[in-house]
Design a protein around this ligand. Sequence first.
Ligand code: ZN
Length: 476
Amino acid sequence: MTNYETVIGLEVHVELATKTKIFCSCPTEFGKEPNTHVCPVCLGFPGTLPVLNKRVVEYAIMAGLALNCEIPRMSKFDRKNYFYPDLDKAYQVSQFDQPVAVNGYLDIDVDGQTKRIRVNRVHIEEDAGKLVHSDFGDYSLADYNRGGVPLIEIVSEADMRSPEEAKAYLEKLKSIIQYTGVSDVKMEEGSLRCDANVSIMPQGSTEFGTRTEIKNMNSFRAVQRGIEYEVERHKDVLATGGKLIQETRRWDEDKGVTYSMRSKEEAHDYRYFPEPDLVPVVVEEQWVEEIRSGLPEMPDERRKRYVAEMGLPEYDAGVITASKSMADFFEAAVAEYKDAKAVSNWVMGDISRSLKAEGLEIQDTKLTPAHLVAMLKLQEDGTISGKIAKTVFEEMFASGKMPADIVKEKGLVQITDEGAIAAIVDQVIADNPKPVDDYKSGNEKAIGFLVGQVMKLSKGKANPGLANKLLKEKLQ
Ligand SMILES: [Zn+2]
């Protein structure tokens, strides 16, 4: 049986977070009543003229620079003609042969290896409207609020060789764009959308096989699953002597399959031609340098800084910097509490877990860096034990109350009074003759169990160090 190599290229659409649309002053806000954010320009009425939103070009250049692209001195807009109900003008303004940014790259880490994935181009285009398919009859409704919302399309080279690499690329891309602030990159709201070109070729070959394009994958998991499915389908077709055809396929998340949308034979001939209503965009060197100097620190740079300056393990630094909001939270906490590893442990542990359980981002919660720092200080000065800290954390995550107030309200102050702990220790010794014997006959580990019993009996409030010390003294 032939061994195949997988070849993947991704096309990622990112909605830019400008306040107004690309060629008119309609708002870009998501989730409003259908067809309330429209005007003659974005509806493509005859006789109207587009006026380019300068911020769109600035954001696109910013994204291009963050992806290590070259910014050509001139770019221009073209009409991409096709007839589709959600495209009100029957053409889309896009960039064909002179995009705003070219020849970039980003680095991904898979299985401990860093790999460079080339970015072919970043071009600007306008979004189409949206069809709402009716549950009640054989018709669809068109909502043009999204029509004319600015997009950039980021096209990679076919440099990825596995679904894992594709997922890593997309995650890294999302992170970089999030850092630049040019988009909120929410996949669930469609501000980050991904299409994948997939093909397979015999191991060692340099000639790519017939590729298919998968659309409609709207989560990282879907991207990975969709590509995995498609690779297996290609192998099956070839193994049974079939022939692959170049086509566009749609990913069905529920069924976990791709199905054919249209084949190359019926594919659209877009008949691109230069947009006559817009002049070419001249990008002065100085403007690019201004934008470059305004770029924030990118995730890779931040990761390196955390390792070099804070002594954070490479792994922790990678996880924390993947999300800008998480990295900002972390840095604000470290500014007030110097033990970076202690902060990192909470961020990567309980905080990440709670966020995942609630499906939230850190900035959407009541938890602030000040909460975390106050809690760490209470633990450091012995007011609360590590175990109580977990209880305090849950409460402050849920209610946003400050840890000192929670400790006071719930009477969670750690017991550091030797006499009080000694009484509990006596009871534990009396209640657990077997472990006590074990310890006395040389099994050091039994002490751990006994300390655990003291903690349990004190509802987590005993100072574990004192409990340990007293137990050992009494069992000598
Ligand atoms: Zn408009």
